[in-house]
Design a protein around this ligand. Structure first.
Ligand code: AMP
Length: 384
């Protein structure tokens, strides 16, 4: 009898997303192999790690020979590397889908083609165009790099024309390399995200919508299922499905949305598992990580229903004391095994409950014990 061989999932990028993918792969009998340019990438604590950069084709050739399928924890893997790998091994999502999500202009153009309005925007390649773009989209506005921006990085907020020089000083050097885009600042009522998954066979599912709060462009708290969004859930699901089918997308992705005057506007799409879907680990029947592994390996997708209500705290910079979370009922601690550093995502905690009242009480208790009253306040307010 020949030895049973376990499938191997290859992941490009070795951060916390790769780490949580590797953990979700274990019960499925799937092994994970990670590539990252840094030897201390935190996924390397739970899965074997190949240390190589994106142009080390000898290392990537050896990596491709050891895996059954390749996916991403990091969407800014160069398109050439993704295409090169796709010539050797199955890569999901496909490099063409990745390319759209890597460029804010291509992404917003696709949103509009799929019937999802976006904030007004204009591309900016020169200092003169910056003034023109600001006059066209109106102040306040946000100047963003078209590529390689995430978590509020590569962004500059302008209150008016007086900020134009400072914005150009901050991002002008990126204009020729990556291109810039000026977006109208949306005074949104809420931020929502759709976490969706599409299988190799086209099976499509979404988790209940998540409501998100950002601080300085970085996710601070998530709440799911987002309360009071009954009319938006179906529209968001239709839009996510249209996008996924247009891109022939395979795997999990996130669609980040603003709600303005009760209507949805598209902000961005992340072609991977997403921070605002971390609550699904304990709060849904199947987590985003498990369904991503299932999708890219061509396995049947799991139920995306919520078990109850969940709220997630993001730990940015450093971890608070774990005890209040460890002591609370149905609260879950995630330490990514990273060194503390300002602005770095180092962990999260999810508090689950069977209904809104129970969640509010549990969150208030945990938030107080952690000294994080300000962080939980908007969620408690949303829970009424
Ligand atoms: P992004 O990296 O584009 O997702 O931006 C990070 C966060 O900055 C968003 O989740 C919003 O909270 C805020 N933001 C980005 N673009 C806009 C915009 N056009 N209007 C208002 N807020 C924005």
């Amino acid at each position: 009898m020949s030895a049973r061989r376990q499938p191997v999932l290859g992941v490009l990028g070795g951060g916390q997303l790769a780490r949580m993918l590797a953990l979700a792969a274990v019960p499925l009998g799937v092994n994970t192999l990670v590539v990252d340019s840094s030897a201390d990438a935190c996924a390397g604590q739970v899965a074997p790690l190949v240390v190589a950069d994106w142009t080390d084709y000898a290392a990537l050739e050896a990596f491709a020979a050891r895996v059954d399928v390749v996916t991403f924890d990091f969407e800014n893997v160069p398109a050439e590397t993704a295409h090169w790998l796709a010539g050797r091994v199955a890569v999901y999502p496909a490099p063409q889908a990745l390319a759209v999500a890597q460029d804010r202009l291509a992404e917003k153009t696709l949103f509009r083609e799929c019937g999802l309005p976006t904030p007004d925007f204009m591309t900016v390649d020169t200092r003169e165009q910056l003034d023109l773009a600001l006059a066209t989209v109106g102040a306040p506005a946000i100047l963003k790099t078209r590529r390689l921006g995430y978590d509020g990085k590569g962004q500059f907020r302008l209150r008016g024309l007086a900020d134009a020089d400072a914005a150009w000083a901050a991002l002008g050097a990126q204009a020729s390399k990556h291109g810039l885009i000026m977006e109208a600042f949306v005074p949104f009522e809420r931020e929502l995200s759709v976490i969706a998954v599409r299988g190799r066979d086209g099976d499509f599912r979404i988790w209940p919508l998540t409501r998100n709060w950002h601080v300085d462009g970085v996710l601070s708290m998530s709440l799911a299922p987002a309360p009071d969004i009954e009319q938006l859930q179906q529209r968001a699901a239709e839009l996510a499905r249209t996008l996924a089918e247009r891109l022939d997308y395979v795997g999990v992705f996130a669609l980040e949305l603003f709600v303005k005057d009760g209507k949805l506007l598209g902000n961005e799409m992340a072609p991977r598992v997403h921070n605002s879907g971390h609550w699904t680990i304990e709060g849904a029947h199947t987590s985003q990580f498990e369904n991503h592994v299932r999708a890219v390996l061509g396995l049947p997708l799991g139920d995306t229903g919520a078990r109850g209500m969940s709220a997630m705290f993001n730990w940015i910079g450093d971890l608070p004391d774990a005890s209040p979370v460890l002591q609370a009922i149905d609260a879950h601690w995630h330490d990514y095994g990273k060194q503390a550093r300002p602005g770095r995502k180092v962990g999260h905690a999810t508090v689950c409950a069977s209904d809104v009242g129970e969640l509010a009480a549990r969150l208030a208790t945990v938030g107080d014990a952690l000294g994080r009253e300000t962080q939980v306040a908007p969620v408690l307010q949303a829970l009424g």
